[in-house]
Design a protein around this ligand. Structure first.
Ligand code: CDP
Length: 346
């Protein structure tokens, strides 16, 4: 029996307040493609958390000083609704949401093939509707599904979960009470294909051995979460006219067949975004309308340097057998410049 601040977090049988064993996740429900006006979206329930994530773009980054000539920037905005917690949260950004937005942007940046979209921004809006601990991990998990739904090419979907310590026990996926009264919280996110860690934070104290065990537990949790992400995408696109049409895109998108954001094959290498020249619909599929319009007037000559860098980077990635590109098969054609220089001029 373990107590802290008079709250019983674990019973004498090693079960947690909600009956979970130390290595168990809270129940998760993921739904992709829930918003018709976003390029991609995801609704996620995880324990007592409810989140909605929408992706917009790629689109030209404005103001222009934000632009990176070699790659897209990921602008993630994590926001907790005023009604998402017991005590009304003051609306608007605060230090916590600014920090979470930053670390989530960086984690997603590691997953997305940003070199494909020089000077663009990919906006990721994470709206926390109900919060019950683990919202940054839930947001990251849902954001990856929304990016895949948007047809954004990625190395892999980021999967995230926190491990931590309750009394003397290392546990997975802390709930609100455990987060408040436990002794450590370790949010972690990985790219499941490679095991690369893209987010690791720690609040509290763990010994080196406990840190090891917490990381191992979190990795196992991430792999299970990744299976559920994949299932959610499969469910969404398989039920939709055999996956031939992407519900999130206008029917006029001729190339929709490839926008399903997820490659059913296990090798994950079949649908190489942008490398499938036969996919004449690439430009049209580009996660939506903004880019389509700009492609029409693009001036490739201006972008030679950026494009070359981008191709070098992509070739390196394509050469790496460990890193196969799975998602966003109908994404943008990397040979097509996103923006007309003249349009961007101010
Ligand atoms: O949500 P996450 O665990 O990623 O971040 P946290 O900063 O460790 O917050 C833990 C939990 O505290 C949140 O999930 C909310 O349930 C709660 N919280 C709150 O009640 N009011 C806030 N202003 C911020 C967080």
């Amino acid at each position: 029996m373990q107590k802290k601040d008079s709250v019983i977090l674990m019973d004498e049988n090693g079960k947690r307040r909600d009956g979970r064993a130390p290595g168990d996740l809270r129940p998760i429900h993921i739904e992709a493609n829930v918003l018709s006006n976003a390029s991609g979206s995801c609704y996620l329930e995880w324990g007592g958390n409810k989140l909605l994530v929408a992706v917009h773009g790629p689109r030209e980054a404005q103001p222009r000083h934000l632009q990176d000539q070699t790659k897209a920037i990921i602008q993630c905005r994590y926001n907790m609704a005023a009604f998402s917690v017991g005590e009304r949260k003051r609306p608007g950004p605060d230090r916590r949401s600014t920090e979470i937005s930053k670390v989530l942007s960086e984690a997603l940046d590691a997953a997305v093939f940003t070199q494909r979209f020089p000077r663009a921004t990919i906006d990721v809006y994470i709206e926390v509707l109900e919060a019950s601990a683990g919202t940054r991990c839930a947001g990251l998990t849902a954001a990856s599904v929304a990016l895949a739904d948007a047809g954004i090419p990625m190395r892999d979907m980021v999967a995230a979960v926190a491990a931590g310590k309750v009394g003397d026990t290392v546990v997975l996926d802390l709930d609100k009470e455990e987060d408040n009264h436990g002794t450590a919280d370790l949010p972690m996110a990985i790219l499941p294909r490679t095991g690369e860690i893209v987010l690791l934070q720690m609040d509290g104290h763990l010994t080196a051995d406990e840190l090891d065990r917490a990381q191992t537990m979190a990795i196992e949790g991430c792999l299970e979460i990744n299976r559920q992400q994949v299932e959610a995408l499969k469910k969404c696109y398989q039920s939709d006219d055999n996956g031939a049409d992407n519900a999130g895109y206008a029917d006029s998108d001729g190339g929709d067949a490839d926008t399903a954001g997820y490659d059913d094959s296990d090798d994950g290498a079949t649908d190489n975004a942008g490398s499938d020249d036969s996919d004449g619909g690439d430009a049209d599929n580009a996660g939506s309308a903004d880019v389509d319009a700009d492609n029409a007037g693009s001036d490739d000559s201006d972008d030679d340097d950026a494009d070359n860098n981008e191709h070098e980077a992509d070739e390196k990635i394509d050469d790496d057998p460990q890193v196969t590109e799975t998602f966003g098969s109908g994404g943008l054609d990397p040979n097509v410049s996103l923006f007309d220089e003249k349009e961007g001029d101010e």
